[in-house]
Design a protein around this ligand. Structure first.
Ligand code: AMP
Length: 941
């Protein structure tokens, strides 16, 4: 080939993309010794000062790195590489074209794969997969060609054989997408695994019978429910039956590879089937639930297709604990919950590489493409604070989202799984009617996850035999699809026929397996052979169960200990040079410890963490700027000004202390909050905190507050001690950064589901955090945390106040006032207290007392009654708040205020008028409003 031709070819798009790996291999050989490659290539490389804008030197070293990685992969991969180098391909244009053909199949073979069991997918014509596109034809079929890196057990092959092999490998029941991965080692590893067996491993008879049994169970279960509870909603798995042998195979392999726990999350579809046929839930319990019986101990309860479950499962590597997370109707939201739960379990087991606990998330095809939380979890998957060593993600792709089956209505991507490409996850589309192919990709996906610690996706292409639920009529909206489905044999039948045809099983054996399964259901006995009673889960929740708010706890600490702790958390190695403002702040903190100054918010909060760690309790804090503190108050993570390295004084309290991790989180609220919920529900012994930059950012996590945090215990009996810090306060920052929407949290209060606190002093925040960690109760704690109070001269506390270890749910008047002179009592919460106090002092008023309610829920009736007793004679009571009247505590907590005030007293409101917006945007208007509401609260008419 002439140089000019080569150059044109080099510049062509195919060359720039598809054959880059091959050219890189040649280039590597050239860099080692230019004589290694044919002259035509040499002259091209000679002319290349840079590749892709990267200098030869840099490219050289990166290629060398890739080369080393490949060398570590084993002989086959090496063979692929070296054979490419040895090939005299460029001197033979057809040889190059053959290598292009291989690459084309690797890139686009999935577009011609046989993925849809119903055969409804319209396959686009992919010219790259045609011989003619590469100037080849069947007249070349007998010619031997070098295979480059094509990872079969041969260096050369006839084109005819290669063409068949490529079609078997890339266009059978599996569509592999992995060429978007830039890391050569991963790509080569996948090629080796896929190509060396032409995507079809040998499966022995035992394995085949296991698969068939799984399909019989999947089908048998649905048929049983369908006939016994006709028309009842069960969100049948039918069509996606392969999921059952797939999950069992996945768990078995995971256990064999050393996993001790598998945590799964899934939405409704197929859930009952998974509960019974994988987790070993007793079918009779499920049948009772269908019949309307329920466990009263679970409070409000939930529908059966949201239920979680836990059990152990026998594998060749020992028993594996299985946990299926409870899940509300918000489909994809469970994914970050599962990841958080896995992270907690991994840390408890001291496992840093993810090998001990496997997360498995099961998605719907429309939901994975449609819901943003999926993207958030992919983005989190490799970050320091949220990684879990990779998640195996399975899509039950039944080609219908609720009732929408038209692709143009459900997504803008080619596949529903395209989002996974953002983290370069490999994606295996697989025809669910070929369960052996399903098992192949399952094992491949697991091995990939275990080796590369990354997410991997299996797109289980199936169908949905019934409507959205069993009462739904799918023909109304999907007539063509359902005509096809009606005639389509069930997966059990498809596979049984395959096994019968190949002689792996006889009909009477199939019949026997089916009747055995049916008999087991009739007996209501567990149908999972591998089921074992639960012994493997790694935490005991008993110490945290059944406590009342009055439960005794001791969070006091001697002042000496506090001083010691204070010294250790203000000591920074000399070599770690601090930024000047941070340095000043640390000097101020030292003065607080030596007694020269009172403690501010940041110091008290850090001391709380130190005291908790000192007692060997772990702490996890994530959030938006949480290392530094959004408002520059925390500085728990110190950034050295010379090297930029991080130093966390809280990690250096003493030799044996609790672990603390603080991560500035990815910029997400929904997934991060859900992750922390998952973490806290799996780890009662860690103080888990999520912090919003501004409280209103929590709006982005509304689903998590509503569906999990506020109601999880009532619905599912799952306790959660998550603490949520939401900066709140009206300081003129406008509609978006004033309100954490206190009213929303108060409105969701019932059944003692969570605590809503508004601490107003450093001692209070210290004692609130201490209480949350030390008290054996695990209830979510929602905190309206401050902004301007972080530096307010009056918001200071003494070490003695901290040492007492008591959080005051209500704080009485602090000035020395004669109760008899009091004509009005103003109740309030949070920052407005200081505005009231300052104005009253300025007014020199002695007839208005101010009470702070620091815990709005559960409402502290007794403490309140004890304080109100001092003002029994007062008839004029006011609730003062900064929030507009329709927001804040006024409407949601008013009944508590009424109950508290003395009989016959009046209760009035002082605050902003009702407003659609949380706050005004103009500072001048804000100031006027603030002045007016303070005046209103203090003026006795
Ligand atoms: P798991 O490890 O999630 O499968 O949980 C094992 C067992 O621990 C469950 O069956 C429950 O009895 C208990 N458990 C797990 N999480 C919680 C929780 N958040 N609150 C109360 N009990 C729990």
């Amino acid at each position: 080939m002439q140089n000019s031709v080569m150059k044109a070819w080099w510049d062509s798009s195919h060359m720039a993309g598809g054959n880059a790996a091959y050219v890189e291999e040649l280039y590597e050989a050239y860099l080692d010794n230019p004589q290694n490659v044919p002259d035509t290539w040499k002259s091209i490389f000679d002319e290349l000062p840079t590749i892709d804008g990267v200098s030869v030197e840099t490219k050289h070293s990166s290629i060398r790195e890739d080369f080393k990685k490949m060398a570590a992969l084993g002989p086959a991969a090496r063979a692929g590489n070296s054979s490419a180098v040895q090939a005299d391909a460029p001197s033979d244009e057809r040889q190059v074209k053959v290598l292009q053909l291989i690459n084309a199949y690797r890139f686009r073979g999935h577009q011609h794969a046989n993925l849809d069991p119903l055969g409804l997918w319209q396959q686009a014509r992919v010219r790259d997969l045609e011989l003619s596109h590469h100037n080849l034809s069947d007249s070349d079929f007998e010619t031997m060609f070098n295979l480059g890196s094509y990872a079969v057990d041969a260096e050369k092959m006839k084109l005819g054989d290669l063409f068949k092999s490529l079609n078997r490998t890339y266009c059978g029941s599996i569509g592999s997408e992995y060429m978007h991965i830039t890391d050569t080692e991963q790509k080569r590893w996948l090629q080796q695994r896929i190509e060396s067996v032409e995507a079809k491993p040998l499966i022995d008879r035992d394995e085949k019978i296991k698969i068939l049994k799984g399909l019989i169970a999947a089908d048998g279960m649905e048929k049983y429910l369908g006939s016994k509870f006709t028309g009842a909603k069960r969100f049948s798995l039918e069509g996606g039956d392969s999921l059952i042998p797939m999950l069992k195979g996945l768990i078995t392999e995971a256990g064999a590879n050393g996993a001790k726990e598998v945590v799964m999350g899934m939405a409704h579809r197929g859930r009952l089937n998974v509960l019974v046929n994988v987790l070993g839930k007793n079918p009779s319990v499920l049948f009772d639930e269908f019949a309307g019986k329920h466990d009263d101990s679970l409070g409000a309860g939930d529908v059966k297709y949201h239920a979680g479950y836990s059990s152990d499962f026998a594998t060749p590597g020992g028993n594996v604990h299985l946990a299926l997370a409870f899940n509300p109707s918000h489909l994809e939201i469970v994914n970050p919950v599962v990841m958080g739960s896995v992270r907690a379990r991994l840390q408890r087991r001291g496992c840093k590489d993810g090998s001990a606990v496997l997360p498995v998330t099961i998605h719907g095809d429309s939901a994975i493409a449609g819901q943003g939380v999926v993207q958030e979890t992919f983005n989190m998957s490799q970050t320091r604070g949220f990684s879990v060593g990779g998640t195996v993600r399975i899509v039950i792709n039944n080609q219908v989202g609720f009732t929408t089956s038209k692709t143009e209505d459900t997504r803008s991507t080619q596949y529903c799984t395209d989002i996974a490409k953002m983290v370069q996850a490999p994606i295996f589309h697989v025809n669910a009617d070929d369960p052996e192919a399903v098992m192949f990709v399952t094992k491949l996906a697991l091995d990939y996850r275990n080796k590369f610690k990354k997410d991997v996706v299996i797109d289980l292409v199936c169908y949905r035999r019934h409507g959205h639920n069993e009462a739904d009529e799918p023909n109304a909206t999907q007539p063509l699809m359902y005509q096809k489905i009606k005639k389509h044999p069930v997966p059990r039948q498809v596979y049984a026929e395959q096994l019968l045809a190949e002689g792996s099983i006889a009909q009477h054996e199939v019949d026997k397996l089916m009747s055995e399964y049916r008999a087991a259901l009739d007996h209501g006995a567990c149908v999972v052979e591998e089921w074992r009673p639960m012994t493997e889960h790694s935490v005991d929740w008993t110490p945290y169960l059944k406590h009342d708010w009055t439960v005794d706890y001791d969070a006091s600490l001697s002042k000496e200990t506090l001083v010691e702790l204070g010294k250790s958390i203000t000591t920074v190695p000399e070599s770690h040079r601090l930024q000047s403002r941070v340095n000043k702040l640390y000097n101020d903190r030292k003065a607080m410890i030596s007694g020269e100054r009172l403690l501010d918010w940041g110091m008290a909060e850090n001391l709380a963490y130190a005291a908790i760690l000192n007692e060997n309790t772990h702490i996890r804090i994530t959030g938006q700027d949480s290392g530094r503190g959004t408002f520059f108050h925390r500085h728990a993570v110190l950034h050295g000004q010379d090297g930029g390295e991080e130093y966390m004084p809280l990690q250096h309290i003493k030799d044996k202390q609790g672990n603390i991790e603080i991560y500035d989180s990815v910029l997400s609220e929904e997934a991060v909050m859900a992750f922390e919920y998952g973490y806290a529900t799996a780890e009662p012994a860690t103080l888990t905190i999520w912090e919003a930059q501004f409280g209103d950012f929590a709006n982005g996590a509304q689903v998590v507050f509503d569906q999990f945090l506020s109601s999880g215990e009532a619905k599912w009996g799952r306790l959660c001690g998550l603490t949520v810090l939401l900066p709140h306060g009206y300081e003129g920052q406008g509609p978006e950064h004033s309100s954490a929407r206190l009213e929303r949290f108060l409105q969701a209060c019932a059944d003692h589901n969570w605590q809503v606190c508004v601490p107003s002093t450093p001692a209070q925040v210290y004692n609130m955090l201490r209480r949350q960690a030390v008290r054996p109760m695990r209830k979510p704690l929602i905190v309206m945390s401050p902004k301007s109070l972080l530096r307010h001269p009056l918001a200071v506390s003494s070490l003695d106040e901290l040492a007492q270890g008591v959080f005051h749910n209500v704080i009485d008047e602090v000035d020395d006032m004669e109760p008899k002179k009091i004509k009005r009592v103003v109740m309030c919460a949070g920052k407005v207290y200081y505005d009231l106090l300052e104005q009253r002092r300025k007014n020199e008023q002695d007839d208005v007392a101010i009470i702070r309610i620091e815990q709005l829920y559960p409402f502290p009736e007794q403490e309140m009654a004890a304080i109100v007793a001092n003002y029994k004679h007062v008839k004029d009571w006011v609730w003062c708040q900064e929030e507009p009247q329709n927001q804040g505590a006024w409407y949601c907590s008013q009944h508590h205020f009424w109950q508290s005030v003395p009989a016959g007293a009046k209760l009035t409101y002082a605050g902003r008028n009702a407003s659609a917006s949380p706050a005004v945007g103009y500072v001048s208007v804000h100031n006027q409003q603030q002045k007016a509401l303070i005046e209103d609260a203090l003026t006795i008419k």
